[in-house]
Write a protein of this length. Structure first.
Ligand SMILES: O=C(O)C1=C[C@@H](OP(=O)(O)O)[C@@H](O)[C@H](O)C1
Ligand SMILES: C=C(OP(=O)(O)O)C(=O)O
Length: 430
């Protein structure tokens, strides 16, 4: 699908935020690891959540759904020994299930997105699982990956945290089910640290006990635990909503996004403060972020690791700010659906923005007068590139054509529909 994004001077209306992708994958997983029946209210519906649902079903969970809820009868620590799983393009789903696969005799994760997930590294998790008596065949740390499990062992486990927090989260979900107690030590830095808080929150709700140091670098996990079947309610998604808020910030707007809890543990909640720091007029109360945009923004300096999945949307907003903005501590954006520094900066500059890259920074020289546009953008298989470039297109002189825009469905299938409902002028062509 091609998205032809035309300039939109004004956006107006109300959106219900989609449900959180990162909570949905976690609640589905803990539902599958429990032995009774859990209920998830308002789970997300997107390619990534579909991937988790498909995989836990393949592994033996019974999943039933109606319009508002999903019930999951789990398999506990006894997944069905299937030969193969297809996680689509979902990094978190792959990494969380690699540890679960350690309970299966032989399971291959296939490579269906060679240009995206197929390029992402998983060595740090492979190294950790090897310490646990799990044998693994892999393609230089990448897909396809075959896990020969059966008898995983706890004990002392070291895992590096400087590429992705998902490796640590994966081990935190699996180690409580082991016979032995475990101690996990995180080596190097821990990137996307905030999201590990979401993992610990969900584990606690599922009745799992874990002792974590305050800096989240060491954990003590008693073995022989059982996940409890529970009821979970999924909150609105900040990372996806960040793109809608950025669109409202760069136009003349009156846009309210509902279902965004003020006290959420999603790191991307920080976008409210980032936009405020850029001078965007907004309020946040009763779960509603209300932007009354003027299109005037000022530059700022931000530690992007605090809101990793919303950095691209905030960079897109800063393209129109007065002054130079700096997003630092973002090196691990290079290991996501595409290289979100080099690939994204290339597309922004193609659109007429003035953006520079460093190994772990994105530097934006703002153009309050707008960018030229009038070019075709490559989506690089990345939903967040698509959402962010759409924001840029809305304030370009000649619009932008985004190729392969259907990849937006990885996390936010209704993104264009939501923007259209606010009055954006976007044509979608198959
Ligand atoms: O744990 C999770 O669900 C996620 C962790 C983050 O990845 P990294 O830890 O690789 O930064 C985030 O970007 C991703 O969308 C989801
Ligand atoms: C990086 C992302 O997801 P994942 O790592 O789960 O593929 C994302 O949603 O932006």
């Amino acid at each position: 699908m091609k998205a032809i994004v035309k300039p939109a001077p004004e956006l107006k209306g109300t959106i219900n935020a989609l449900s959180s992708k990162n909570y949905t994958t976690r609640y589905m997983l803990v539902g599958a690891l429990a032995e009774g029946t859990s209920t998830l209210y308002y789970p997300a519906h997107s390619e990534d959540s579909d991937a988790m649902r498909r995989c836990i079903r393949d592994l033996g969970a019974i999943v039933e759904e109606d319009d508002e809820k999903m019930t999951i009868t789990g398999f506990g620590r006894h997944p069905k020994p299937v030969p193969e799983l297809n996680v689509g393009n979902a990094g978190a789903v792959l990494r969380f299930l690699m540890s679960v696969a350690a309970f299966c005799p032989e399971l291959t994760f296939v490579n269906t997105y060679p240009e995206s997930l197929g390029k992402r590294p998983h060595n740090d998790l492979i190294d950790a699982l090897k310490q646990m008596n799990v044998r693994i065949d892999h393609n230089g740390g990448k897909l396809p990956i075959t896990i020969y499990g059966g008898q995983p062992k706890g004990g002392k486990i070291k895992v590096s945290g400087n590429v992705s927090s998902q490796f640590l989260s994966s081990l935190l979900f699996m180690t409580p089910l082991l016979e032995e107690d475990s101690e996990i030590e995180v080596l190097h830095d821990l990137k996307s640290k905030i999201i590990v808080g979401q993992t610990l929150e969900v584990l606690e709700q599922a009745g799992i006990r874990i002792e974590a140091d305050d800096d989240l670098m060491r954990y003590r996990i008693p073995g022989r635990q059982r996940y409890q079947a529970q009821e979970y309610k999924i909150q609105g998604d900040y990372p996806g909503s960040a793109a809608i808020l950025a669109a409202a910030a760069v136009t003349s707007s009156d846009v309210a996004v509902h279902r965004l809890e003020e006290n959420s543990r999603q790191g991307e909640r920080a976008v409210v403060d980032v936009l405020r720091a850029m001078g965007v007029p907004l309020t946040h109360r009763d779960g509603i972020v209300h932007v009354r945009g003027t299109g005037l923004l000022k530059a700022g300096e931000f530690d992007g690791d605090h809101f990793t999945d919303a950095v691209l949307a905030m960079v897109a907003a800063s393209v129109f700010a007065e002054g130079t903005s700096r997003f630092y501590n973002v090196e691990n954006l290079r290991y996501k659906e595409c290289d979100r520094i080099t690939d994204f900066v290339t597309e922004l500059n193609k659109a007429g923005a003035s953006v520079e890259e460093r190994q772990s920074e994105i530097i934006v020289h703002g153009k309050p007068e707008g960018v030229e546009g009038g070019v075709e953008i490559d989506a690089h298989y990345d939903h967040r590139v698509i959402m962010a470039l759409t924001v840029v297109g809305l304030r370009s002189k000649q619009g932008l054509v985004i190729r392969d825009a259907h990849h937006v469905a990885k996390s936010y299938p209704h993104y264009f529909e939501h923007l259209l409902s606010l009055g954006a002028n976007i044509e979608l062509q198959d």
